[in-house]
Design a protein around this ligand. Structure first.
Ligand SMILES: Cc1ncc(COP(=O)(O)O)c(C=O)c1O
Length: 376
């Protein structure tokens, strides 16, 4: 059997055709395919506006910019996330609060939030693995920027789509190859606010606006930002992938159900809450393993699995375990007990839309007989 990576993009002949077709048009940078992709994303998510970016990280940074995040403001998020959630925001403010996660969702649910004396509170809920958290504003002035990088296509428990921003200011997605749909690199912000929309466009294009009604060559620099445009051929790929998103999610969901059926009876394995399965786009399949019980370390297991042709990954090393976060903020290892428990057990198994039933059976057979299956 060929090596089974923990994640992989699903590209087909239609995707390649769409990219080639885009090369036939006048634009190779941002052009009409980007506009069409954005329009299709607003329809899919149920939001008024969408702006495509060169990555999820840049989209997150631009959302902070659009909401005028400043050094007075405080940001609150989960320690179990990718650094991109906060990387841009922490260039604007150094006030960072992390909250412990819930073991069933690997996300934090923002308890005990009070209005800061100075500045505003920015919440960055992370929809880990595709599980959408419904987070409402604890008070009116609070800003919510949803990190939905792992949740394109997911729904909240009330059936509305992540990206429709029912309780948030903006929602961010990533189209990295590990995500539900991919554009190579890429990201998106959705919002229902025209004011945010206009600032997102400004941020993406070096703070430049065209001067309508004046000389045709005139433009104006309103602010110093950056260039995080996405190209037309990436957007063409995005449109083609979006056409198949329902199939992608159905296939991922089937494989998750198969993992659950084969592994739930094992007392050394537990899953995140199954209540979210019908709603999640299933970006990752992260399980919790009691490594002490099976007398094999995570490192040994990952090495053995790799030898057997199975890729695995750990999502994520808690932010506060990184030296940078300990040196720049007041964090220390051990600070968040549930996060510690989660991190000591977490392992992401292969999950992507063209993963086959046979491949999952092969993986499950190994997990059903641990540690013996890995000692041979
Ligand atoms: C939770 C989360 N936030 C942010 C990002 C950043 O997205 P990108 O890799 O497109 O910059 C990712 C993707 O890796 C992610 O998983």
């Amino acid at each position: 059997m060929d090596f089974i990576p923990y994640t992989k993009q699903s590209l087909n002949i239609d995707d390649i055709g769409a990219i080639l077709k885009s090369f036939g048009s006048e634009f190779i940078t941002r052009g009409p395919f980007v506009e069409e992709f954005e329009k299709k994303c607003t329809q899919f998510c149920g939001a008024k506006y969408a702006v495509a970016f060169s990555s999820g990280t840049n989209a997150l940074t631009s959302a902070g910019y659009a909401a005028n995040l400043s050094k007075e403001d405080t940001i609150v998020t989960s320690p179990i996330t990718f650094v991109g959630t906060v990387a841009g925001a922490l260039k604007k403010t150094s006030k960072l609060i992390l909250q412990d996660i819930a073991l069933k969702t690997a996300s934090c649910n923002f308890k005990k939030l009070t209005k800061p004396q100075n500045g505003r509170l920015f919440l960055f809920p992370v929809h880990f693995s595709g599980i959408a958290q419904t987070i409402k504003k604890p008070f009116k002035e609070c800003i919510i920027i949803e990190d939905g990088c792992q949740a394109f296509g997911s729904k909240y428990l009330d059936g509305s789509r992540v990206g429709s921003c029912p309780h948030s200011d903006m929602t961010i997605f990533s189209f990295h190859p590990a995500k539900t749909i991919c554009t190579g690199e890429g990201g998106l912000v959705t919002t229902n606010s025209k004011a945010y929309y206009e600032k997102l466009l400004l941020y993406r294009n070096n703070g430049i606006v065209k001067k309508e009604g004046s000389d045709p060559w005139k433009y104006e620099i309103l602010d110093l930002t950056t260039n995080c445009n996405v190209t037309d051929f990436q957007a063409a790929l995005g449109i083609s992938q979006l056409n198949r998103i329902d199939t992608f999610i159905i296939e991922r969901r089937k494989r998750v159900a198969q993992y659950r059926e084969n592994l739930t009876q094992l007392d050394y394995i537990s899953f995140l809450d199954s209540k979210y399965d019908p709603y999640s786009a299933h970006n990752l399949l992260t399980i919790l393993i009691d490594f002490e019980k099976i007398d094999i370390s995570r490192k040994e297991l990952m090495i053995k699995l790799k030898e057997k042709g199975i890729g695995t990954q750990v999502h994520f090393i808690p932010l506060y375990h990184h030296k940078y976060f300990q040196e720049h903020f007041d964090f220390e290892v051990g600070q968040f007990p549930v996060t510690e428990q989660y991190f000591s057990k977490a392992l992401s198994l292969p999950l992507f839309s063209h993963l086959t039933e046979d491949q999952v059976n092969y993986i499950c057979e190994i997990f059903q007989d641990l540690p013996k299956s890995c000692l041979i």
